[in-house]
Ligand binder design. Structure first.
Ligand code: SAH
Length: 268
């Protein structure tokens, strides 16, 4: 009998941000094929909180620039495991369909006759800025946002909306190409003073927020040795973060006296 595969989004690395359906699916799994980022941390936290999963766990963790198991081998593994009749859960960081190659894995399985369900996850693109008190849209500040990877070379004028000041740009996998991205974005209507925040290891032990502007952020990030995983947010919404207090000027009328008198150190 052919088994099946479920792609589950693990969220940004905090087991509390796994969906209820995601947890139920993990409990039903015979085997879990897990990524490093987000997914492993969630499995470890579930175990530490006494939630036992009967599934075997296969770690296919990826590090930036170092793919422990090539994508093709992961695809083959999912098919082979499902062909033995198992319920295979493919646990991926964040949401499987946001720069996660989730649809590729789903298509490969379906081409081999394996049914695949998808359980969405909380994407780091939105949840990691939130941990630093940064909304991607905010009335009067930003009405839209774009999520890009640093691997995509941002081209000046390539995407018109990227240069508009009321549009938030979120960069995933963007630490290594930060200097280039900041340079190109500063060349648009935003200018060098446009605020930037980098949130490293969101929800993790090494969570850290670095705030600067398009003109300064590459130098600050180098001095602070900013590392992956990190989400980079570019736009005026960064001014709304408690981490911007004293670093950037607030957008007019957005900080009340009460807010300034009691800035939350841990914003959530
Ligand atoms: N599918 C994932 C994204 C995969 S790309 C999602 O929806 O979140 C991997 C990138 O996501 C990392 O390089 C980093 O930019 C970002 N990322 C994922 N988890 C993160 C975390 N806990 N803290 C900071 N960045 C994170």
């Amino acid at each position: 009998m052919t088994g099946r595969v479920t792609l589950v989004g693990a969220g940004p690395g905090d087991a509390d941000l796994l969906t209820v359906r995601g947890l139920k699916t993990l409990q039903d799994a015979d085997v879990i094929v897990a990524d490093r980022l987000g997914a492993r941390a969630v499995l470890e936290q579930l175990a530490a909180s006494g939630i036992r999963l009967r599934a075997d766990v296969i770690d296919v963790g990826k590090l930036p620039g170092y793919h422990r198991v090539p994508q093709e081998a992961i695809n083959e593994l999912l098919v082979e495991l499902a062909q033995t009749g198992k319920h295979v859960v493919r646990l991926k960081g964040g949401d499987p369909f946001v720069f996660g190659r989730g649809r590729e894995e789903q298509q490969f399985c379906e081409e081999h006759g394996i049914p695949v369900e998808v359980v969405p996850g909380v994407t780091s693109a939105i949840s990691v800025p939130a941990v630093a008190g940064i909304p991607l849209t905010h009335r009067g500040v930003a009405t839209s946002f774009t999520v890009l990877t640093g691997h995509d070379q941002i081209e000046a004028g390539g995407v018109l909306s990227l240069s508009k000041g009321d549009h938030t740009v979120v960069l995933l996998m963007g630490v290594n190409t930060l200097g280039h991205s900041a340079h190109v974005l500063a060349a648009g209507a935003r200018g060098v003073d446009c605020p930037v925040a980098i949130v490293e290891d969101g929800y993790g032990e090494n969570q850290r927020v670095t705030v600067g502007s398009l003109g300064t952020i590459a130098g600050i990030a180098a001095a602070r040795q900013v590392r992956n995983p990190a989400v980079i947010v570019v736009g005026d919404v960064v001014r709304l973060s408690p981490h911007a207090v004293g670093v950037l000027s607030a957008p007019a009328g957005h900080w009340t006296d009460a807010f300034l008198a009691d800035p939350p150190l841990s914003p959530l």
